[in-house]
Structures are given as structure tokens and as C-alpha cells.
Write a protein that binds this ligand. Structure first.
Ligand code: ZN
Length: 246
């Protein structure tokens, strides 16, 4: 089985559509590490699509916030405004779907998917030190996570922790060959709001049989997503930052 691994789609339909077109026949099953909604202007198209196409998905902090499962005081004013807008605009069916998303980690074959960290779904896993401290708690050698919107992988090999970085701006695809004796915390990157200084939509293809992860980037018509955000009356910053990729 080959998996299309998505995370942090954030109601960005244009980015999701570009990813699906780019990935085409490279996968048989779709997984998502959370944050289907929040920030963008197309929560219903994204959740409608997820309900009928995604094999497994864990909840993200924005999925929780938009259905009243999280305290909005933890959100900055821009994220809070977007969460409240999203809650007002989601259909009853989509609100119910988001409310019942499972908390990660969720096992898939011999690997797992989660949103923040294996111990705390809301933690931002940003440093090699933080990754190294998780080694003894990992229930699978390969874990996919999201939340930081930064594509790449922590590679834990004994006491050493390395970072496998995303494809350079001029490259669309970069493969990571997994070793038998290492542990991996892998972030496919954010589909709908990248924050690693590259505005292209990010995702990954995972082939457990070949022990291979391919990180991918694809351009999408972000000006359409930006126009929708402005037309919806969402904060301008949410449109602007899509151009910056940060
Ligand atoms: Zn997110």
C-alpha cells in the first residue's frame, strides 16, 4: 500500500486540489495528521472531501477549536477570529464529523499518525532535543505528525538526532530512504498554510514496503485562495501569509 500523507490543510481548497492532481496515481490510501479547517475560506469543501476520501485522520487543535472542544483563549486573535468564522460557516454534518475525529496517535499498519507529539496532541515538535526525548515513548518506528507546518523529518539513531530537510525551492521532490535501526518523526508539511519559507503546498508519499518517504512540493493558484479569504472577511494576514510561506 502506498499512502498519500497530508496535514494542516486549513480550509485551503486550491492547495488541496493541486496536491491531489500532483499526487494522482502515486498512492492507494489517504491519511491526514489533522487541522482540516481553520484559517482558510473553504472549510465545507475540504471536510466534505475528507469525509468520503480520507482513510484515517486525527484531530488537530484547529479542528477542536472550531467545534468548541478547545479553549479559544489559547489562540492568537487572528486564529480565534478564523475559528469562530469557521464554526459559524460549517454545515451541521461537518461540525459533527470534526467533533468526532480521534485524538492521535492512531496506528496504521506498523506506523502511526498524530498531530503535535505522541504525548501531547497540542505540542509543537520543533527541536532535535524535543524529538530525542520522545524516543522511549514512540510506539512505532515511523510516526507522521503535523502542527508545525514545517516539512521534514527527525531521524533518531541511538543518541543522535538529525533533521532531514524539505526539498530546496528549485526542487519538487526529495526522497528519504528509511533505515531499519532508526526511529522517524516525519512531518509531511502543510498543504494549506506552509510556514517553512516556501509557499508551495507540501505533502508526502509513504511506501512502507519500500521503506521510502518522498517529500513533495507543488505550486497552486494561491491568489484564488487569498481572494476567497478577503471576500469572506477573514483577517488579511491569513491571505498575505500564503504568499510568504511563513
Ligand atoms: Zn495547523
Amino acid at each position: 500500500m502506498r499512502y498519500l500523507i497530508l496535514s494542516d490543510i486549513h480550509s485551503n481548497w486550491e492547495a488541496l486540489a493541486a496536491v491531489l492532481a500532483d499526487a494522482r496515481d502515486a498512492y492507494e490510501s489517504i491519511l491526514c495528521c489533522g487541522d482540516l479547517v481553520g484559517y482558510g475560506a473553504d472549510p465545507n469543501p475540504v471536510v466534505d472531501w475528507a469525509r468520503s476520501n480520507v482513510a484515517a485522520v486525527v484531530r488537530g487543535n484547529h479542528d477542536k477549536a472550531c467545534v468548541g472542544l478547545d479553549n479559544l483563549e489559547w489562540f492568537n486573535p487572528v486564529a480565534r477570529e478564523a475559528a469562530l468564522w469557521t464554526e459559524r460557516n460549517l454545515t451541521v454534518e461537518n461540525l459533527s464529523y470534526l467533533r468526532h475525529l480521534p485524538q492521535g496517535p492512531v496506528p496504521v499498519e506498523a506506523f502511526q499518525i498524530l498531530h503535535g507529539s505522541p504525548l501531547d496532541e497540542d505540542e509543537y515538535l520543533l527541536s532535535a532535543l524535543a524529538a530525542s526525548e520522545l524516543a522511549e515513548y514512540l510506539e512505532a518506528p515511523v510516526s507522521f505528525f503535523g502542527h508545525t507546518h514545517i516539512q521534514g523529518a527527525f531521524v533518531l539513531n541511538g543518541h543522535a538526532v538529525g533533521w532531514f530537510d524539505k526539498p530546496d525551492p528549485g526542487i519538487d521532490r526529495l526522497a528519504l530512504q528509511l533505515e531499519d535501526d532508526a526511529l522517524y518523526l516525519i512531518n509531511p508539511g502543510s498543504v494549506g498554510q506552509p510556514r517553512d519559507n516556501d509557499p508551495r503546498a507540501a505533502y508526502a508519499i509513504y511506501q512502507p514496503g519500500a521503506r521510502r518517504v518522498e517529500f513533495r512540493r507543488v505550486r497552486y493558484p494561491l491568489e484564488i485562495a487569498q481572494a476567497k479569504i478577503r471576500r469572506a472577511g477573514l483577517p488579511d494576514l491569513l491571505a498575505d501569509r500564503l504568499s510568504w510561506g511563513s
